[in-house]
Design a protein around this ligand. Structure first.
Ligand code: E4P
Length: 225
């Protein structure tokens, strides 16, 4: 299972990369705006900086919504670095753009997916990744993990190579549920990956080990003296 971080914040990306378990990054226009990155040159430089921080898989989203413009933007984003995966929204022209860009050997992440039918279209069009938004479905009282499971099942039925990238992951339970149903990738804030570390029995056990070790050392020092 791949771990991506869902952020355009370089510090957060570096923190996840330093942990040694990071496989990629997803961004979107809202996340780029949050970092104050606007204007073509700044946007390209920022994507390049992200690519220089991680090993592969940097999703960069197009802003256009018609076929010609999405293709132009996608080709241009892909030139920034071989690690770029062009992110295209699940709309009619988007499906055409996914088909075209994939046929040119460019990896595409189909975003804003909320149904199995949309995921099927994305796979048929040749997307490398499909991004169902689990958290946003949960937000409207719809079972996000059920959708992930359904898409995994459909892709297995037909041996689609499109990877299921569970997006909008808000907490560790989301992440674990995605692992249980076989999502290929999860993307989430770095803090969600770090939260996987937490267990009070680990903290308690480590404190005990260190304290026992210290006591034994002190006892042996007294014996020698
Ligand atoms: C996916 O690629 C999106 O960037 C992201 O996961 C959306 O998450 P949110 O619903 O927390 O904004």
């Amino acid at each position: 299972m791949k771990f991506f971080v869902d952020t355009a914040n370089l510090k957060e990306i570096q923190e996840a990369q330093d942990l040694g378990v990071l496989d990629g990054v997803t961004t979107n226009p809202s996340l780029m705006a949050k970092e104050g990155i606007t204007g073509e040159d700044k946007v390209r430089a920022h994507y390049k900086a992200i690519c220089d921080t991680v090993d592969d898989n940097v999703s960069a989203e197009v802003i256009s919504t018609n076929f010609d413009e999405m293709v132009r933007e996608g080709l241009s984003l892909a030139k920034i670095d071989d690690k770029i995966v062009v992110k295209i929204p699940m709309i009619k022209d988007g499906v055409k753009a996914i088909k075209y860009l994939s046929s040119q050997g460019i990896r595409v992440n189909c975003t804003l997916v909320f149904s199995a039918g949309q995921a099927l279209l994305a796979a048929k069009a040749g997307a490398s990744y499909v991004s169902p938004f689990m958290g946003r479905l949960d937000d409207i009282s719809t079972d996000g993990v059920a959708l992930i499971q359904q898409i995994v099942h459909i892709y297995q039925n037909f041996s689609f190579e499109t990877e299921v990238l569970a997006a909008s992951i808000r907490h560790t339970m989301h992440l674990i549920q995605c692992a249980e149903v076989g999502a290929d990738v999860v993307t989430c804030p770095t803090k969600v990956i770090l939260a996987l570390l937490n267990h009070p029995l680990t903290d308690k056990g480590l404190a005990q080990f260190l304290s026992d070790h210290k006591k034994a050392q002190e006892a042996s020092a007294q014996t020698v003296a």
